[in-house]
Structure formats: C-alpha cells, structure tokens
Ligand binder design. Structure first.
Ligand code: NAG
Ligand code: NAG
Ligand code: NAG
Ligand code: NAG
Ligand code: NAG
Ligand code: NAG
Ligand code: NAG
Ligand code: NAG
Ligand code: NAG
Length: 748
C-alpha cells in the first residue's frame, strides 16, 4: 500500500513533468528562430547524436494518398507544358505556391535563358514520297490526329528538337536501329549511306546517337519511325484509346542533342552574364531529321527496292522489309521538310527546401522534370504528381511539428529535361560551389509509371542497400502479384529482374536517360532513378506511347494505373529512401556494395581486354590489385564505423564526411578522354548509346575504337594515360576512407 508521502511525491512529480513539458512546448513553439543552426523542435541536449525515429517511416508512407496524386496528375496534364512555353512556366509558379502552402521552409524559382528548338508553326514539318515528277504520292500527317477529347490548341506537332532546318530529297536506305553494328552489316552488303537519307527505326539506342552516326557516315537526312514490333503487341487494332499500345499515327518526338545542358554555355550556367558560344562538347546535327508513325512509314518501306533484309532487321509492318538504296519506281525520291529553328527561351526550375534540424547544411535532393513534349501524363508528369505529393506529406509533418528531418531535403522540379537535361544541368553548374560539396545524394524519379508490373532501377552502388531495403517495406500495388506470392514491391522486382551473381534484384549503373547525369558527372554524388515498368514478356524498347500526343491523363487514369496504386507505391519507396538518407545518424551508404561492384567491373574488364592490354605492355593485374586495396580500405572503414563513439557528434560527422566524399574521389577534373564534361571515371553513358551506362567508359570506348581499327596509335596513347588515371583514382578513393593519421602511402 502506498503511504501519504509517496502520494505527495507522485503528485509533485506529475506537476513538475507537466510544467517542464509546457515550458518545452513553449520553447519549441516560440523559440524557433530562422537561424540555420537553430535546434528547432529538438529539446533534448543530445539531439545532435539521436538515432532516427523509426516511427517516421510509417507516418510518411501512410500519409501518401493515391487520390491526391491523381488530382495532381489531372492538373499537371490539363494543358501541354513544353519547355520554355507559358504552359510549363505556369506550372513552375503553381508548384511554388503549392509547396509554400504545404509547409516547405523556402521555395525558389531559378530561371535560365537557354537555347531550345521549336518548329515553325506556319510552316509545319513533314516527310513525303515523291514520284518522278516531284509530285507527292504519300505525305506524313502534319499533326497527330486527336483520339480523345483533349484541347489540341497548344499541342506541338511531331518534331525532333535541334534538327537542322532543311528541304532535301534523296535516295532512302533502311538502316534498322541505326547502330554501329547496323552500319557494319550494311557495309557487308556494299551499301553506303553517303549522300542519301537514312531510314531508321526508333529503339535500342538514343535517337541523337542515331543521327550522329548517320551524319558521320555522310547521310544528308534522317527519317525516324516507330516500328509496330517495338510499340504494339502485334495486333495493330488493339491500340490507344483501347489499350496502351501506340496507334499508327502516334509519333515519338525527342531531342537530338548530345551533351548535358545549354549547348551554348558548356560547363557554365546560362545566367545573365554568361558568354555564349558553340563548342565541341556538344553535338547538334547539321542535317534535317524528322520522326513519323508506322502508318506512313509502311508506305515508304513498301516502295523500297533492293535485297530483302536479314531476319533480325525485319520489323512488325506487314510489308517486305528491304535495304532500299532505290525505290521500285524509277526516279522516286524521299523528301524531308524541316522548318525547326533553334531559339532562346527562359526556363524555370522550382526548388523547395525543408531545412534540416541537426545538419541543415547537408542536402538530400529529390528531383523530377516538369517539362513534357505534350501532355506528358507518363513522362514526366507521373513523376511530378508523386513528387508534389511527397512535398505535401513531408511539408505537413514539418508544419504540424511532428517531424523535421535531421538533414535538409530539397525538392527539384526541372524546367527543360527533354531538350538535353537542361534545367538540372544549368542549376548544377550554377550551384556547384555552394551545393556541390554539401550534397548527400540525388534521388530522381522521371517517369513514375511507365508500366504497371515491376520496379526497375539504376543507381550508384552505395545506394543499393537503402533502395532494396525500402522496396521490402512497400506493399505490392499489383493484386495479381500478391496472389502469386509476391506481397512486396521487392518480391516482384526480385522475381522479374534477379541478379543471381549478387543475390539481389538487378540495378543498372546510371546511364544518361535523365536529370541525374550532371549530379553524377560534375558533383560526383550518388544518384538513383526508379520507376514501375511493364511485364518483361513484352519485348518493347520503351513504353509504347513515349513522347507522343497520346500520353494523356485518360491513358493513365483509365488504362495504366486505375486507382493510382502504382503511383502511390513509387511515392512510398521514394519517401522512405529520402527519409533514410535524411534522418539516419550515420549515412545509409553501403560502401561494401561499392567494393563488390568494382571487383566485378574489374573482372569483366580484364576478361574482355587483358590480351589487348598485355600486347601493349599494360598489366591488368595492377587494376585487380588496386581494387583489392580499395576493398581492404572499405573493410577497415566498416570496422571503424561499427566501433565509432556514437555519443560524439564530431566522430559521427567525420564518418559521414568520408561516406559523402568516397564517390567524389572518382571524379577526374580533366574528364574522360575526348569528353571533358564526363568526369566520373567509373560511370558514364556509352559513347555510341547515350542511354546506357558503361563501366570504365574511357577505356572501354577507346579499346572498342581500336578493335574497329580507328585511329589506333592515338587511341593507345589515350588508353595508357587513362589507365594510369584510373589506377590513381582508385587509390585516391581508398585513401579517403583511411583514418585521419594514416591516409598516406609509405615509400620504403
Ligand atoms: C515561318 O514560316 C513562314 C511561312 O513560310 C515564314 O514566312 C516565316 O519567316 C517563318 N519563320 C521563321 C522564324 O523562319
Ligand atoms: C510525269 O509527267 C509526265 C509528263 O507530264 C507524264 O507523262 C507522266 O505520266 C508523269 N508521271 C507520273 C508518275 O505521274
Ligand atoms: C483550348 O486552349 C486554348 C489555348 O490555351 C484556349 O484559348 C481555348 O479556349 C481552349 N479551348 C477550349 C474548348 O477549352
Ligand atoms: C561511301 O561513299 C563516300 C562517297 O562516295 C566515300 O567517300 C566513302 O569512303 C564511302 N564509305 C564507305 C564505307 O565505303
Ligand atoms: C550555336 O549553334 C546553333 C545551331 O547551329 C545555332 O542556332 C546558334 O546560333 C549557335 N550559337 C552561337 C552563339 O554561335
Ligand atoms: C496491312 O496493314 C494495313 C494497315 O497498316 C492494312 O490496311 C492492310 O489490310 C494490311 N494488309 C494485309 C495483307 O494484312
Ligand atoms: C495495367 O496495364 C495494362 C496495360 O499494360 C492495362 O491493360 C491494365 O488495365 C493495367 N492494370 C491496372 C490494374 O491498372
Ligand atoms: C552491404 O553490402 C554487402 C555486399 O553486398 C552485404 O553483404 C551487406 O549485407 C550489406 N550491408 C547491409 C547493412 O545491408
Ligand atoms: C596497394 O596498396 C599497397 C600498400 O598497402 C601499395 O604498396 C600498392 O602500391 C597498392 N597497389 C595499387 C595497385 O594501388
């Protein structure tokens, strides 16, 4: 039984607790100043070394609302929003207001005046087939006919941005996908495209590389088309608006620029004081190029003469595929009319900030572009709709003081990705000195839902663990998949893209498909890009409606993601990874994964090129040895992480700094051989296909050229120099992981 004294003690204890609590609340409520080092809502003295609050993960994920994402998407797609146009700039301002209301601490619009490209609206582009009297026999539609009831007024007709203007006539040669190996095949048939028009199907490689490769071989123009094999199920009646497959009139727009950012201000931001010039860092075509659908492409193909193509070149049109180099009717010609002009325009990025509570000068970035070719319901607005929801949910937790992340979180809505990653590249160039050294990671979602089946991802190896763990926490949005025994996003992902070698789902090295490129190449920070994709039983190159006017709200709402469950699932995944990186006391970068991937890259490289290298006196054992040294440094570092004094904020900061700087050590300020703006020596897109990532890209490109017999002596010099740079960089990276008094190598 309790006596009176105990009671008094308990009551006064309760009173004291309540008083302290109220005072704490008052400090929390009124004591927050705008100083960036303020303690904010953290009242505990040891808040500097608090572990992340595990309950926040569910709070964030459960806050994500599919209906709100649907409303966001409806708004974003209500009007075309091409880069540099009013439609896109209105959205930039709308997001700023919405994010401010949502509770973000600060939202900025960052404008850049950049070189874009538009067709002349009173002189539209087309492709035609002319008879021997130059009379038009077949002509492409000037616009894609509307199939649902969107307002068509501001829909830009099909065009390829940065195409040279021109009006040309000539012989047509079918070049399959227009890859290097396709030209090798043509030359085995003694077909030369010099002075002729290349007729290439979309797919496999970046369209800008198709035009570049054709131009280098002397082509005078390029016609790009979508082949039914790549964009339909085989049944050309089962297409939009009935299904997600591309109809015969559907046409893929897209840029031809090779290089990241405004081509007139390479490496510098396009701000008011910028000096503008064209440099060899970028490729802009000097020949005209125009895209068409398979309805008209079929007429071009059916009139081609010449030998029937090799099996692998045959596509899905119900005509005989021929190499061409002549038409069946003597004197007929292909005709390309392009009025497209380069034009400077102002673009806006919208950047929203949630200030971190403990380490506000460490930034976790979330990004997605806003500009679309037309309505952009998949690319990129599915991603923007989700990012907007994340800002709403996180902003609300901050506003209601339920949460403030340890580190700052930035939401980035880019203004002109489609033209050449321009919004993000200009911003990275602009803030590389202030943001660059303090950025933790860049997490991109370009298209949230390009299909409704499995997750697909690419990224820097040190983010793999965080990504995989987050995917295990998100319920599978596919009810069929749940029935099939795959309860989480991870399960379907692992079943669809297993990477047997590493016992995890396959994650590609980052290519150059989206805005993360400049973060990887210039800032050297870890990057990631995720999306839901289609079932791989369909062998298509991209999702069928890609960059057409049929990427509408109707398509997403009625066909792709009824109920917006896949959108919500990507939102949960994205939010959880961001929370993990923003809140974890020690950054959740698993650098053992980095070492494991490097060992694999090293082995693959040696298998491919050992004898070529040895014949020129280059010892590939050195590479293996350097990587082994790196792995040892990683292991030692992991031991120090396990034993670090977690009550010492400086010790924690030191470990985190090392984690942050590891990936930066692989930047070479001189750039890859011949590509000075590509500065990450391990990861860059391939030189002949800007979409796909390649490893030791500087070496692999040069050695491939050598094997093809191009410029052999010069290329060997490059290989020797670059090999030494790689060996040095790996050693430099290992040294960033060493303890403070032992980062140097002894020379005995
Ligand atoms: C656009 O086309 C019209 C009609 O051919 C022409 O008069 C005009 O000069 C063109 N505009 C530009 C900017 O070339
Ligand atoms: C081209 O014009 C000539 C003379 O006008 C005519 O004889 C011929 O039939 C025409 N060819 C075609 C394909 O229309
Ligand atoms: C279509 O869009 C244009 C340009 O924004 C606008 O002027 C017009 O009123 C719209 N038409 C309809 C039917 O909404
Ligand atoms: C193709 O033709 C052009 C011009 O006739 C010539 O210069 C070039 O060497 C030829 N290319 C090949 C691969 O034969
Ligand atoms: C750069 O090249 C593009 C395309 O040829 C051209 O439109 C532009 O005016 C050039 N800019 C400068 C500064 O020379
Ligand atoms: C081939 O496809 C076209 C539509 O693209 C159709 O009109 C035609 O009937 C088809 N021909 C055959 C022989 O199937
Ligand atoms: C998933 O996409 C397919 C098209 O691939 C569509 O037919 C189907 O309705 C979609 N499923 C859901 C649940 O939205
Ligand atoms: C880090 O990566 C390694 C190699 O893939 C793996 O064995 C380890 O379990 C990972 N660590 C964590 C904490 O997941
Ligand atoms: C590996 O590390 C040792 C020192 O531990 C050093 O002597 C050696 O040069 C390094 N090897 C390479 C290839 O970096």
């Amino acid at each position: 039984m309790r006596n009176q004294n105990q009671r008094v003690l308990i009551i006064s204890g309760i009173i004291t607790t309540v008083v302290v609590f109220v005072i704490g609340l008052l400090i929390g409520r009124f004591g927050i100043c705008k100083n960036e080092d303020s303690k904010s809502t953290y009242a505990k003295p040891d808040y500097l070394v608090d572990e992340a609050d595990p309950t926040i993960a569910d709070l964030l994920m459960n806050g994500i609302d599919a209906d709100r994402i649907r409303e966001n998407l409806r708004y974003l797609t209500s009007r075309p929003h091409l880069a540099g146009t009013d439609g896109n700039n209105v959205l930039a301002r709308h997001l700023k207001t919405a994010w401010e209301e949502a509770g973000l601490d600060h939202v900025t619009l960052t404008p850049y005046d950049v070189l874009l490209s538009y067709p002349n609206m009173s002189d539209l582009n087309y492709v035609a087939l002319l008879d021997d009297n130059d009379t038009i026999q077949y002509k492409s539609d000037l616009r894609e006919p509307a199939l649902t009831n969107e307002n068509q007024t501001e829909v830009v007709p099909p065009f390829n941005a940065y195409s040279a203007p021109g009006d040309i006539k000539g012989t047509l040669v079918y070049v399959n996908y227009g890859r290097v190996e396709d030209y090798e095949h043509l030359s085995s048939k003694n077909i030369n495209i010099s002075g002729k028009i290349a007729f290439a199907r979309y797919g496999k490689i970046y369209r800008g590389d198709k035009v570049h490769l054709a131009e280098m071989r002397g082509a005078i123009g390029v016609i790009l088309f979508s082949d039914p094999e790549d964009v339909t199920s085989g049944d050309i009646k089962q297409v939009y608006p009935k299904d997600w497959w591309l109809p015969s009139t559907g046409t893929q727009r897209g840029s031809l620029l090779i290089g990241d950012g405004d081509p007139e201000t390479a490496d510098y931001p396009s701000i008011a004081t910028a000096f503008r010039e064209n440099t060899t860092d970028f490729y802009l075509p000097s020949i005209p190029c125009h895209p068409i659908g398979y309805g008209i492409a079929r007429h071009l193909m059916s009139n081609l003469a010449g030998e029937e193509v090799h099996d692998s070149w045959r596509g899905g049109m119900n005509v005989t595929y021929k190499y061409g180099d002549a038409f069946t009717n003597n004197g007929w010609k292909a005709h390309i009319h392009v009025s497209t002009q380069n034009q400077r325009a102002v673009i806006y990025n919208t950047i929203g900030v949630i200030r971190g509570a403990v380490e506000p000068d460490r930034y976790v970035l979330l990004g997605n572009h806003r500009d679309a070719w037309v309505f952009g319901a998949q690319d990129p607005s599915s991603g923007t709709a989700v990012m907007w929801e994340l800002a709403t949910v996180m902003g609300n937790l901050v506003k209601t003081e339920k949460w403030r992340p340890r580190r700052s979180i930035l939401f980035c809505s880019w203004g002109a990705e489609e033209y050449g990653l321009t919004g993000s590249a200009e911003w990275v160039e602009h803030y590389s000195k202030s943001l660059g050294p303090r950025a933790v990671a860049y997490l991109n979602v370009d298209i949230a839902v390009e299909g409704n089946f499995s997750l697909e991802a690419e990224g820097t190896p040190m983010v793999y663990t965080s990504l995989v763990q987050a995917s295990k926490k998100v319920a599978n949005p596919g009810s069929e998949e749940i029935k099939a025994g795959h309860p989480t996003v991870y399960d379907t992902w692992m079943a669809t893209f297993p990477d047997e070698k590493f016992g995890r789902p396959e994650i590609s090295l980052p290519g150059a498909g989206s805005d993360y490129s400049t973060f990887r190449d210039r800032l050297g920070i870890p990057v990631m890009d995720v999306r839901f994709t289609w079932n791989r039983r369909y062998k298509v190159s991209s999702y069928p409606m890609y960059h057409s006017a049929y990427e509408t709200f109707y398509l997403v709402d009625k066909i792709m993601d009824r109920g917006f469950k896949y959108h919500a699932a990507i939102g949960k995944l994205w939010a959880e990874i961001a929370r993990d990186m923003a809140d974890s006391l020690i950054l959740p970068f698993n650098i053992t994964d980095y070492a494991v991937v490097m060992e694999d890259l090293g082995k693959t490289f040696v298998q491919r090129f050992q004898s070529d290298m040895a014949n020129h006196g280059l010892d590939t054992a050195l590479l293996i040895h350097a990587i082994a040294n790196f792995s040892t440094a990683v292991q030692d570092f992991q031991v120090r992480v396990k034993t670090v004094d977690k009550s010492n904020p400086f010790a924690i900061r030191r470990i985190n700094d090392q984690l942050m700087n590891l990936n930066r050590a692989f930047l070479d300020p001189a750039g890859l051989p011949g590509r000075r703006l590509k500065r990450h020596i391990l990861f860059a897109e391939s030189n002949v296909d800007s979409y796909s990532g390649s490893s030791f890209p500087g070496l692999a490109d040069a050695l491939t050229e050598i094997r093809q017999g191009h410029d052999v002596d010069e290329q060997w010099k490059r290989v020797k120099k670059h090999y030494s740079v790689i060996l040095y960089a790996i050693q430099a990276a290992a040294s960033t992981l060493k303890s403070v008094d032992d980062f140097m190598y002894d020379h005995l």
